[in-house]
Design a protein around this ligand. Structure first.
Ligand code: MN
Ligand code: MN
Length: 471
């Protein structure tokens, strides 16, 4: 090789020293790392396909944890450094802990992601018949652009609990051999009035009715016989009657599997990246973390998309109570542990979308393929409703990520006053712990098909692992 190496100009050298690098993340990682990212994401796609709702994600995570040596936590038992335990919160949230060499005495390290995603929940009395069609009434869960959920194949997921306590898990519409369901939309020929309405009016919540059948039970002229036929099919398959819908968590989610996106297969398109795309890296980091310094706790929580209220959400005391139990075993007070606790709130941010560039502030946006994104604060209307990580904690996190050669970036959620949002970070901060958001940039967030980069998924795993295993 006789290529001449040109001396960089003085300003180029100074820029390198003083400026943040603008080089694409893809150019900063080795071919081996890209390959490792691709193979990590094969298992991630499996997690997505088998964990569309929080109950399924909990079941998947517990099974994976058990295989890796985690046992169900028993607060009357004594645990030693290196021991691995899990706590199942009502089959809708799960905590995985690895006991550290120092236990809880100097605080614990938390990684928290959520496993609920926006969707169309069935109403308590969902099934009705009109004009010889059977439909389900739904009540959407989380923030959605309603029009996106029309005319896409949907699958029914969830659990029905009968009066005697028997639980029946339901999943219909994922396999091509099974039927799927659909919210209809008006044809363009007749949509003149609809097209002139503002979007929020053109598609309202009561339009989100899911088509589930059209044939009558038999030929006699009984009314509601299409509904009767559907109820009869459900009774034959699951042994349920209409009143069993009252004690059910049933929901419609986009049907189908996660797919590679792009000729280069660099991205993944799927339902529910927000926030399984952080939950899976957090789960894997927990499984791979052997004998950490401080006890690490990975929390896969529920309810984030609707504000974290409820006993399986982060406004519940379930995580603090677990920390209190671990603290008591070390002769510590929970509040002293929490005050020294640090947390990565593993949640997504909006990736810069060139098609909608005006919604973003380019300097402070996160970008596909630039690695895990740290979001110092979220909120809206002048940093309302956000914890805003302190400079001291930001410095620690920077150091940990750089020491482990993690590809990372920072990002704000869109331009100032462009809207806003929040994560569970503030609820953890309110416990008097240090916390910052770190996760994967997502295109088309909250849509039936969201898009992430494989490299970013893997770097988020590496970030969480480095955070857990730091000295
Ligand atoms: Mn999220
Ligand atoms: Mn979300």
């Amino acid at each position: 090789m006789s290529e001449e190496i040109k001396e960089k100009s003085a300003s180029a050298q100074l820029k390198e020293k003083l400026f943040l690098s603008k080089k694409s993340g893809c150019l900063k990682v080795t071919a081996e790392e890209t390959e490792a990212a691709d193979s990590f994401c094969e298992e991630y796609k499996n997690f997505l396909n088998n964990g569309k709702i929080e109950r399924e994600a909990v079941a998947y995570s517990i099974e994976a944890a058990k295989k890796a040596g985690f046992t169900e936590y028993d607060r009357t038992k004594a645990y030693a450094p290196g021991d691995k335990v899990f706590v199942n919160n009502r089959n809708k949230a799960v905590m995985l802990a690895v006991i550290g060499k120092k236990g809880t005495t100097e605080g614990v390290r938390l990684g928290i992601a959520h496993i609920d995603s926006p969707r169309l929940d069935l109403k308590p009395i969902p099934l009705y018949e009109t004009n010889d069609l059977a439909l389900f009434k739904t009540h959407y869960y989380g923030g959605i652009k309603k029009y996106q959920w029309t005319t896409v194949p949907l699958a029914l997921h969830g659990t029905v609990v009968k009066k005697d306590g028997t639980a029946i898990n339901v999943a219909v519409g994922e396999d091509e051999s099974e039927p799927c369901f659909c919210v209809t939309d008006l044809l363009p020929h007749l949509a003149d009035e609809q097209m002139h309405q503002v979007m929020s009016k053109a598609f309202n919540g009561e339009h989100l009715n899911v088509l589930v059948g059209s044939r009558p039970f038999n030929t006699d002229e009984e009314s509601e016989s299409v509904k009767l036929n559907i109820m009869n099919i459900l009774f034959e398959k699951y042994g349920i009657t209409e009143s069993d819908f009252l004690s059910a968590d049933l929901t419609m989610v986009p049907a189908g599997k996660a797919r590679d996106v792009g000729f280069d297969r660099s991205m993944i398109g799927a339902y529910g990246h927000d926030d399984k795309v952080c939950a899976f890296p957090a789960l894997m980091a927990a499984i791979d973390a052997e004998l950490p310094e401080k006890t690490i706790i990975t929390v896969l929580t529920d309810r984030e998309e609707i504000g974290s209220d409820g006993n399986t959400g982060m406004k519940s005391s379930y995580m603090a109570d677990f920390i209190a139990d671990l603290a008591a075993a070390d002769g510590m007070q929970a509040r002293h542990v929490l005050a020294k606790t640090t947390c990565l709130s593993a949640d997504v941010n909006a990736a810069f979308d060139p098609t909608y560039a005006s919604a973003f502030e380019a300097n402070n946006s996160s970008y596909i393929n630039n690695g895990a994104v740290i979001t110092k604060y979220t909120g809206s209307g002048g940093k309302y409703s956000t914890s805003d990580a302190a400079a001291e904690f930001m410095a620690k996190v920077r150091r940990v990520l750089d020491d482990a050669d993690v590809l990372w970036q920072t990002g704000e959620l869109g331009k100032v006053d462009g809207g806003g949002g929040g994560t569970i970070a503030k609820f953890v901060a309110n416990l008097n712990a240090d916390v910052v958001d770190l996760g994967v940039p997502v295109l088309s967030m909250h849509a039936p098909m969201e898009i992430v980069s494989k490299l970013d998924v893997y770097e988020t795993y590496r970030a969480l692992y480095a955070f857990y295993m730091q000295k």
